[in-house]
Design a protein around this ligand. Structure first.
Ligand SMILES: [Zn+2]
Length: 262
């Protein structure tokens, strides 16, 4: 059964020693495609060199909230930088650039939301200018993220990656045209609220993701996470929803391919 890993930091150094082996094992587990998010301007060139080295790999252009403090340009220049990079990748590499992101807000880091907000807004603006969906990181900042998405509606939708939260918050994102990324969080019984939410919202709005090398599954704490473990996320989601794994995999693959046009 074909799986799409809608969010995997496969360019990170954690995979440098054995990237080809991990990908071979992921293919053996059914993973056919993955989206590798952008995190910082200096990373974009390496990211797309990697993406272009392998069929089934796709990239996004973005500045992750954790990298905002290293940003070497003014927030007012971010939209233009993103648009120019997307246009460059489209010229050079056709359909491999499938989103803007990973962008968003993180309330748990030492960079203030006041610093993060203009960089996030600039990327939403850029996404609309190049007609791409956005990959959103929303951690302990759902109210702010929702307020901003209502102001600058992403015209091509997007995904709230690694979604964790209540059913009400999930439904608000869905009304705004967003899908929700489902990752290793749901393998933890203590994540009861998120598990209940993701068991209840329509499957048409969910994507599977590893967020590797982060987000190790229950029982694998402290280990490097990997796209090869994605079937375990599908299995847990199927159990929570009382449907077959095949139903989950087939529908979420369709959702990911529709969102990213891959
Ligand atoms: Zn990420």
């Amino acid at each position: 059964m074909p799986l799409v890993d809608s969010h995997c930091h496969f360019d990170f150094d954690a995979f440098a020693p054995d990237r080809a082996d991990v990908w071979a094992r992921s293919i053996a587990e059914g993973v056919e495609a993955m989206v590798i998010p952008g995190v910082s301007i200096p990373q974009w060139r390496h990211l797309f060199a990697l993406v272009n080295s392998q069929p089934g790999w796709y990239g996004a252009v973005g500045i992750h909230p954790w990298w905002v403090k290293e940003l070497a340009i003014a927030p007012t220049q971010v939209a233009r930088a993103v648009v120019e990079r997307v246009e460059h990748e489209r010229r050079e590499n056709g359909g491999r650039c499938v989103a803007v992101g990973e962008c968003g807000l993180d309330g748990q880091i030492d960079t203030s939301l006041a610093q993060q907000i203009p960089v996030f807004e600039a990327q939403l603006d850029a996404a609309n200018r190049v007609s791409l969906p956005v990959i959103v990181h929303a951690v302990r900042a759902h109210n702010e993220v929702i307020r901003i998405l209502k102001n600058t509606r992403p015209q091509c939708g997007g995904v709230i990656h690694a979604f964790a939260g209540s059913r009400q918050i999930a439904e608000t994102y869905i009304e705004l045209g967003f899908r929700l990324g489902v990752g290793g969080t749901i393998t933890y019984e203590r994540a009861a609220k998120t598990r209940d939410t993701l068991a209840a919202v329509p499957l048409e709005h969910l994507l599977l993701e590893s967020d590797a090398p982060d987000m190790p599954h229950a029982g694998r704490q402290g280990e490097r996470n990997s796209p090869e473990y994605l079937p375990a996320v599908a299995k847990t989601l199927a159990e929570l929803r009382g449907v077959s794994m095949e139903t989950v995999i087939t529908q979420t693959e369709k959702n990911a391919r529709a969102l990213f046009t891959i």
